[in-house]
Ligand binder design. Structure first.
Ligand code: C2E
Ligand code: CA
Ligand code: CA
Length: 604
């Protein structure tokens, strides 16, 4: 392996010039900087040496007999290992044209003759450093991409991959006029088991379940396991299996090209037996049983959403029937769907009926310990069912479009609270409001926010809108314009749940955003190397892009300690405070958490 990207070791420079004197002078300058020099006297020799030596940088004369430096440059850029290596070309002094040609041939930097030997070593050092930084960023991007498609705990494809896989399989099934089955697997009482054996062992348990699923389904000869790499072979496969982890203790299996219901039944039975065997975890040997819901294409649904919904319904039915069993979907299972309809109905009333309330959760400045902003979080006090968490009703509101009305209510309510606090002479802290994807996609959103700012008299600088990564990355090109409009109103923009979707660096650079909000799942994962790696990657990214970073879901001193060492700017989580009533916001603002920081930093 080469030393490429390894900042600590000696960089290797390939020097190509037909003039032996120039080569010698260059060698002296670079060796004085503690670099290793390899020489080539012609174009073809350069290419040969480049492949053999894998240099960290190429120093290339343009005017050479035979193959010119520009041709060499172009050729090297076409090599797989030559894409990212910095190339410095050297041309005659007033040769603008070859400089331009050099850049289009892929040169990174140019020097004109006569070369200023005293500056050469420093310039090469500088180029190497820039290239190292770029490669590090590239690795982080790869890592983020991996995390966007795979669950780092089990290495199974994640929810996003699953959605894409299912869509692909259904399309193919339609073309081939074949059947498919979706198995929804949920572990029984996982939460209770997880709490009793501890989360570390809980994670091991999930890894073991994933291993058994993969082993069991891969063993089957009729079934092959397709990974992302051989997607193009997909057409040739008959009867394939896709496994994914949707999150928590939810797994899915998709079987395609099934001939007979009994095939599906056999798989379900086998999974039931295999997954239910005791799992050896140090002094514990817990038994976890799965409940499996099955929906069939095309009978139970022809599109992914319907199929997922019905498999989910069947899974709930399996649970209701005593767990540790599998159930095929049938129409009568729609009770749950009816339940949803009812919730929808009631949510409509809730808005009119003042059953909704806002709570505020403080965000703490990691330098001063002061509370500098508050995130508004909505609550539903249902007259009969009690508190319904937003995770249950926001999706309903999204599906029905009620979210637009709900969003307006939230804006106005937050404005009312601001006035209430202002009258008490409180400092002007920032208010963070969540915008759901559907709200963000409203065509007249900017106008609505502008009207709101004007009518409420709220200073735009006080407002930060939180948008989820997936909302802005879907159709990123269009969203740039939209985000710019919003930003022009003078408010701040944050990317919520950052790291859970795949953000292209290219777009992130162009989005006028202020803050990245590290998804709480990564903060919760900080005990593991994977969790630390992604937080580090996000911190590095934010530094490059000059963005502020906030970590949410901070629950423990260890998490706080880690985030402080990484210079995360803002912190939010139960460790500081749960979301509080508007009346309690004044007391919250008086808090200072420097003591927390000190004891975290001094803890072992
Ligand atoms: P989110 O925007 O990611 O909000 C953070 C959630 O994490 C909140 O849950 C908050 O109470 C919770 N949380 C804060 N600190 C901790 C912690 O230390 N540990 C743990 N385990 N959780 C913590 P909540 O209030 O239940 O909200 C859930 C989600 O519902 C929000 O996720 C957001 O997506 C949505 N939501 C909440 N309020 C609104 C709203 O006003 N408008 C919209 N559109 N969505 C909202
Ligand atoms: Ca949020
Ligand atoms: Ca979040």
């Amino acid at each position: 392996m080469s030393s490429r990207g390894d900042i600590g070791s000696q960089p290797k420079i390939l020097v190509c010039d037909d003039d032996a004197n120039v080569r010698m002078l260059t060698r002296q300058c670079l060796e004085a900087e503690n670099m290793i020099v390899v020489e080539a006297a012609s174009g073809p020799e350069t290419i040969e040496q480049f492949i053999k030596e894998r240099p960290d940088l190429l120093f290339l004369d343009v005017e050479m007999p035979g193959m010119s430096g520009l041709e060499v440059c172009q050729h090297i850029r076409g090599l797989p290992q030559g894409e990212a290596t910095p190339i410095m070309i050297v041309t005659g002094s007033d040769d603008r044209e070859s400089i331009d040609k050099g850049f289009s041939a892929g040169a990174t930097q140019y020097k004109t003759k006569p070369v200023n030997w005293s500056l050469l070593g420093r310039d090469v050092q500088y180029m190497l450093r820039a290239s190292n930084a770029f490669n590090a960023l590239k690795r982080q991007e790869d890592r983020l991409r991996y995390l966007a498609y795979f669950d780092p705990l089990t290495n199974l494809p994640n929810r996003r991959s699953f959605n894409e896989q299912l869509t692909r399989i259904l399309k193919r099934s339609r073309r081939h006029d074949s059947s498919a089955a979706l198995l929804f697997i949920d572990l029984d009482n996982f939460k209770r088991i997880n709490d009793s054996i501890g989360h570390g062992r809980g994670d091991k348990l999930l890894v073991e379940i994933a291993r058994r699923l993969t082993l069991e389904l891969r063993e089957d000869d009729a079934i092959s396991y397709i990974t992302h790499d051989d997607m193009q072979d997909e057409e040739e496969h008959d009867g394939s299996t896709e496994i994914a982890r949707l999150g928590g203790d939810e797994f899915t299996v998709v079987l395609s090209d099934i001939n007979d219901l009994s095939d599906v039944e056999r798989v379900a039975k086998r999974l039931l037996v295999k997954l239910s065997q005791p799992i050896a975890l140090q002094s514990h040997n817990p038994v976890v049983t799965p409940s499996i819901g099955i929906a069939l294409y095309p009978n139970d649904g022809e599109d992914p959403d319907t199929l997922i919904r019905n498999a989910d319904t069947a899974m709930y039915a399996a649970k209701a029937e005593g767990r540790a069993c599998y159930r095929f979907y049938n129409e009568e299972m729609n009770a749950k769907a009816v339940e949803h309809l009812k919730l929808e109905e009631e949510l409509r009333e809730a808005i009119a009926d003042n059953q909704l309330e806002l709570r505020y959760q403080p965000q703490v400045d990691a330098k001063t310990g002061a509370v500098v902003s508050m995130e508004a979080l909505v609550r539903w006090k249902h007259p009969v069912r009690g508190m319904i968490p937003p995770s249950e009703f926001i999706p309903v509101a999204e599906r029905t479009g009620l979210i637009v009305e709900l969003g307006e209510w939230i804006l106005n309510e937050a404005a009312r609270h601001c006035h209430f606090w202002d009258e008490r002479g409180l400092p002007q802290f920032r208010i963070c409001l969540n915008l759901s994807p559907l709200q963000f996609n409203e065509p007249n959103l900017t106008q609505k926010v502008a009207d709101f700012l004007e009518q409420s008299g709220i200073h735009p600088g006080r407002l930060e809108l939180e948008l989820t990564e997936s909302a802005i990355m879907t159709d990123a090109e269009t969203n740039i314009a939209k985000l710019r409009e919003l930003k022009a109103l003078g408010l701040a923009l944050a990317v919520d749940d950052f790291g859970t979707g795949y953000s292209s660096l290219n777009y992130l650079k162009r989005f006028p955003i202020d803050t990245l909000k590290i998804d709480q799942s990564f903060v919760a994962d900080l005990a593991s190397p994977d969790g630390e790696a992604i937080v580090d990657a996000i911190m590095a990214l934010s530094k490059t892009l000059n963005l502020q970073v906030i970590a949410e879901g901070v629950e423990t001193q260890e998490q706080l300690k880690f985030l402080l060492t990484r210079n995360c700017h803002l912190l939010q989580g139960y460790y500081f405070s749960r979301p509080v009533y508007p009346d309690d916001v004044p007391t919250m603002l008086d808090q200072n958490y420097l003591d927390y920081f000190r004891s975290a930093e001094n803890s072992g």
